[in-house]
Design a protein. Structure first.
Length: 286
């Protein structure tokens, strides 16, 4: 009956694992819903910012603001990579790291020196493993990022860009489209791109002036772009973790079915063998 006891132990172990993965799936589902709400809330503000900047933009004003500076060739760039602090999310972090490596390779091929800013233990651990230096490593940003988190990531980079020490800043994160689709994406946040003018362009009354308003809106636009990347990456992470834990729970259920059938067959075979031995012994006594 040693095999039967071994199978019972494995069944118990898989049942415990399934309870854990089912609980993690439920937690990830709850967190994904909250993160998705933050994504939906952030998008209208970003559209409004882009619309106002598009209305205020003019070539004359562009020369006055360092954040609108368009260098002919980017000699030095910064790449902000957003990953998670925890795993168990399938290929989520691997895809983000792959996207960042592709961007770094493209920049270096064009002759641009790229510095790396990494958020999340998974990204930090990977680049430490391959020996790639990172200028900034952050693990303090939680799965509820704030506008202050975004500002702390990009404020120094905006100063460097304004002084000419940087020519471009990119953010690599996940683009949350739905619970089933969150591909990795790279977005250039500096220099601030000129938003396209919409057909229904609004006519604004400006006070005190377009220049004064742009001086406040341009840094806010950059901070908001990083904030949106943070919240979308968190939503994508929870979505990926939910999917991974659901698959693990389903696989554990299938494994349990196989183990229980195997255990029942072994138990039935053992009972049949015992009955046969009893009948054989009784026949020998006669």
């Amino acid at each position: 009956m040693a095999k039967g006891r071994e199978l019972k132990g494995r069944i118990k172990s898989v049942e415990n694992t399934r309870k854990i993965t089912r609980t993690m799936e439920m937690v990830a589902t709850s967190k994904m819903k909250r993160a998705q709400d933050r994504v939906i809330a952030a998008r209208p503000y970003a559209r409004a910012l882009a619309e106002v900047i598009s209305s205020l933009y003019s070539p004359d004003l562009a020369d006055e603001f360092p954040l609108l500076r368009q260098p002919k060739h980017a000699k030095r760039a910064a790449v902000i990579l957003l990953t998670s602090n925890r795993g168990l999310a399938g290929a989520f972090n691997a895809n983000l790291i792959k996207e960042a490596r592709a961007l770094l390779g493209r920049l270096e091929k064009e002759g641009t020196e790229a510095e790396l800013h990494v958020v999340g233990k998974k990204g930090i651990g990977y680049f430490r493993y391959i020996g790639r230096a990172t200028k900034v490593s952050r693990t303090d940003i939680t799965d509820r990022p704030t506008a202050n988190d975004a500002a702390s990531l990009v404020e120094g980079l905006m100063d460097d860009f304004s002084k000419g020490a940087l020519d471009a800043v990119y953010v690599v994160g996940a683009q949350f489209k739905s619970a089933l689709s969150s591909p990795p994406a790279s977005e250039q946040v500096l220099p601030v791109p000129r938003p396209p003018k919409s057909a229904a362009q609004k006519d604004y009354l400006l006070f005190p002036s377009a220049g004064a308003i742009l001086s406040e809106l341009l840094p806010q636009y950059v901070r908001n772009a990083v904030y949106r990347a943070l919240v979308e990456t968190v939503a994508a992470e929870q979505s990926a973790r939910r999917t991974a834990m659901k698959n693990a729970t389903d696989n554990a259920g299938e494994m349990l079915n196989v183990l229980r059938r195997t255990y029942n067959r072994a138990r039935q075979a053992n009972i049949t063998q015992e009955i046969a031995e009893i009948v054989g012994g009784a026949a020998a006594l006669e």
